[in-house]
Each structure stands twice: as structure tokens, then as C-alpha cells.
Design a protein around this ligand. Structure first.
Ligand code: GAL
Length: 434
């Protein structure tokens, strides 16, 4: 079998590398200061592996389970503890994780966004560097440099990316659009024209959640991108960014108008509930990352038939990106088992099992594209050709402390729609940019 052969081959290479290193013939890329090598293939014995994530909804949970299935085949004697805490974007999970880490009870490996989010755990001394492991596995050769940058901090690599997601996607109900002679809105102005037509027909134009406390912040990052364009948007999250720029207010006004075209029960719905409203034909559109695609697939819906996709209004040609990755806890109770998990996360087999279900594209450049559907093949091309912008809500653009402040400001706004107040709160939050 491919897997077994791969593992054997890898074993031989690891031994060769060790022998070479022992003889002083290590390749120039080997860093003598890196942590000592640990076994990277399946640990011989049994034991336990605890994986912490917030993947509980259709699509994301299916992807995770697909990887667990492979792990169990490769390591039949290891029990996987699937420690999930429900709540999109990990708003709840991160709180639980923080308590565990502070209490010295880390899971072996946890889901963490590549980019600035990662740095908070590194700064707190809660993660092990993975530079040497990464090289041993050859992951540095098969992941794009722009992604490697996102997981490198203080000269070390800290996590293994499993995917790349797009945040700025407009999902829409094809039947509703056809029946009303509409095309997906390309610009913000188009959006309001379409929304007005739909509302006049008694259809909720935009489905928005709020229960998981990331949905309005998520909508707002797409609006910021539309208003500022990719270069100026990215500058908003650099230290010293100018949030007094009048375009911040303009974005807040747009977001307020958009929310006025949305369902009034926002605060009691999660992102998947909002996606379901679109699927059920109760709402026409939702702006959500492409984990919504994974959700739709899990419900048996067909892209291009039941639902369509377009760039969020005003963001065509820009791919707002983020990457889910897994790291190794400092003091992990089961480090060998965790390394076998990380090896799977970065492998082609693992990623090609996970991503087609998750609704994301592989972090590796050598994936088997034929396994990915129409939307994902489009997305793979778009990632390679469009301009990139980092998602703030999903950890790529700014550190955790800032994300929390930004999120709080937008969640208050989700219920009071007070433009003055949100602008002020965002200006205040900018002090946490590092
Ligand atoms: C994001 C994460 C995605 C998806 C989403 C909704 O932060 O990167 O993988 O899980 O939250 O839960």
C-alpha cells in the first residue's frame, strides 16, 4: 500500500539523515541549534493522542474525521481523543484552550491559524519549534513560500498547515437569483440594488449569524477589503495603522446597511445556521469563508445547482486567505503520537482526504487536483493568480489580543448598529496592534 511504502521509505531516509548527521555530513540546511529529532513515523507502541479543535459542523467535522480514519489505519493501537469545543472561528475553543495551557494541561496538538495568531502561543512559550521536523518531512519543499512565512517566527517554524481557506466569498441560492432575474452582485452598489429587489419580494437578502461571535467581524473584514483595496487593507493591521481614515466610517456605514438587509435573529444563529437559510431558500446570500462550501457538501447540496459562489462584493480579484494548522504543545503528554499526527497533517494523503470535505484547498502544491470539485479547483487557481490579503478574524493579519478587541467592537455593533461607537472602538483597538 502507498502509505506503508511511504512510511518505510521515510523511515529509511530518517535513518540515513541521522547517520549522515552523526558523521558530520549533514546537509547545509540542518540547523544544529534546533530541538533534537524525535521519531517522525508512527510510534511503535500504542497510547493516546489528544487533538483539540473547533471543528464540529458539517464539512469541517467530516474533514477531521477523514484524517482520523487514516491515522487509525496507520496507528491502530493509538486512541484518539477528539477534543472539540463548538463555536465557529474558535471563539469558545480558544478560551478553553487558554485555561488548559495556563493550567499546564495542554492537548498534544491544537488547531491554530497560521500567521499572527500563532505568535501569541509562541510568545507564551506554549509550543515546540518544528523547523527540523518540517525539513525532515520535506514539507518546506511542497508548501508555498508565502505560507512558510506565515508559520515562521523568531527564526523557527511552529506549525504544520493542513489547508488554505478563502474568507471573502459570497454564497447565494441559485434558484432565488434565477427566479428574480438577478446576477450575483460584483460591487457594493450592486449588492444594495440586489438586496433592495429581494427585500421587496419578501426574501431575506443576506443571512448573517452571530451566536459564535465572529460572524459580523467576518462580514466586516470583507467590507474593509472592498473599501480599502488589498494594499491599504493590509496596512490597517500594521502597528501604528491609521484608523482615523474616513474610509473606516464608510465601511461601518456599509456594514450597517448590509446588516439592515439581514435576518433579525442574527444573535441566535451560528454561521452554519445562516448558510442553511440560504440552502433552504429562506435567504438569498451569505458572506462566509469557504468552510460554508464544506457545510453545503455535507448536506448533499451541489455547487452550481443549489448554490453558487462569487467574490464578496467589491473584492473581486483578491483572495482573502487564512490557513488552519496544527502545532506541538510544549510538554505534550504524547509527543511521538503527536508527531505522527503532524506528519499526517502535512502529507499529501492527509490533505487530499481532509480538504475536499472541509471546503478548503491543500497547503501543499502537489495535491491530486482531480479529487477537488469545481469550486475548489477554481479556488486553487485563484490562490495562485489573485492578489492576497490576510484575514484578520482568522488569525492571519493580527495577534490574538488585537483580534479580541476588533471582535468585541464588531459584536457590539452587530446589535446596536451604532456607527460612531464602532469607529471609536476600532480606533481604540488599534492600540493593540503589534
Ligand atoms: C475558521 C477556521 C475554519 C472553520 C471556521 C468556522 O476560523 O479557520 O477552518 O473552522 O473557522 O468554524
Amino acid at each position: 500500500m502507498f502509505t506503508t511504502k511511504w512510511l518505510k521509505l521515510f523511515g529509511i531516509f530518517s535513518i540515513l539523515a541521522l547517520v549522515l548527521a552523526a558523521c558530520g555530513g549533514a546537509p547545509a540546511t540542518t540547523q544544529p541549534t534546533a530541538a533534537p529529532s524525535q521519531p517522525t513515523t508512527a510510534p511503535a507502541g500504542g497510547g493516546k493522542l489528544e487533538i483539540f479543535s473547533w471543528w464540529t459542523n458539517g464539512g469541517e467535522a467530516d474533514g477531521l474525521n477523514a484524517m482520523f480514519d487514516i491515522y487509525k489505519q496507520q496507528n491502530p493501537n493509538i486512541d484518539i481523543v477528539n477534543a472539540t469545543v463548538a463555536g465557529g472561528a474558535g471563539t469558545n475553543a480558544k478560551t478553553v484552550l487558554k485555561t488548559r495551557l495556563q493550567g499546564g494541561q495542554p492537548p498534544d496538538s491544537w488547531q491554530v491559524h497560521a500567521g499572527k495568531e500563532l505568535t501569541s502561543y509562541v510568545d507564551a512559550g506554549q509550543m515546540e519549534p518544528l523547523t527540523q521536523f518540517f525539513k525532515e518531512q520535506g514539507f518546506d519543499k511542497v508548501m508555498p513560500p508565502k505560507l512558510l512565512e506565515q508559520i515562521t517566527y523568531n527564526g523557527e517554524i511552529w506549525s504544520v498547515p493542513v489547508n488554505i481557506h478563502r474568507s471573502n466569498v459570497l454564497w447565494y441560492n441559485i434558484k432565488i437569483f434565477q427566479e428574480n432575474g438577478l446576477t450575483p452582485p460584483k460591487t457594493i452598489d450592486d449588492f444594495f440594488t440586489v438586496a433592495e429587489t429581494l427585500q421587496a419580494k419578501g426574501i431575506i437578502p443576506l443571512a448573517v449569524g452571530g451566536k459564535d461571535k465572529f460572524e459580523t467581524p467576518h462580514l466586516f473584514e470583507s467590507v474593509l477589503l472592498a473599501v480599502f483595496g488589498p494594499e491599504d487593507y493590509a496596512k490597517l493591521f500594521q502597528p501604528g495603522a491609521d484608523w482615523n481614515d474616513p474610509r473606516v466610517r464608510q465601511a461601518a456605514e456599509i456594514a450597517r446597511r448590509m446588516l439592515e438587509y439581514s435576518n433579525s435573529d442574527r444573535s441566535s444563529l451560528g454561521w452554519a445556521d445562516a448558510a442553511q437559510l440560504v440552502l433552504d431558500g429562506k435567504a438569498a446570500m451569505t458572506i462566509m469563508g469557504d468552510w460554508a462550501h464544506g457545510y453545503f457538501i455535507s448536506k448533499g447540496a451541489k455547487v452550481g445547482v443549489d448554490y453558487g459562489y462569487a467574490a464578496a462584493p467589491g473584492t473581486e480579484g483578491v483572495f482573502m486567505w487564512l490557513s488552519d494548522s496544527f502545532g506541538l504543545a510544549k510538554g505534550a503528554p504524547n509527543p511521538a503520537q503527536a508527531k505522527a499526527w503532524l506528519a499526517l497533517c502535512g502529507s499529501r494523503e492527509g490533505q487530499d482526504a481532509f480538504n475536499p470535505k472541509k471546503g478548503s484547498i491543500p497547503a501543499r502544491t502537489d495535491a491530486d487536483v482531480s479529487l477537488y470539485d469545481e469550486y475548489l479547483q477554481y479556488s486553487i487557481k485563484a490562490f495562485g493568480s489573485e492578489q492576497l490579503a490576510p484575514s484578520v478574524v482568522h488569525g492571519a493579519a493580527a495577534p490574538e489580543a488585537y483580534m479580541t478587541e476588533y471582535g468585541n467592537a464588531l459584536n457590539v455593533f452587530a446589535s446596536d448598529l451604532d456607527v460612531d461607537a464602532v469607529v471609536e472602538a476600532l480606533q481604540d483597538a488599534a492600540k493593540d496592534l503589534k
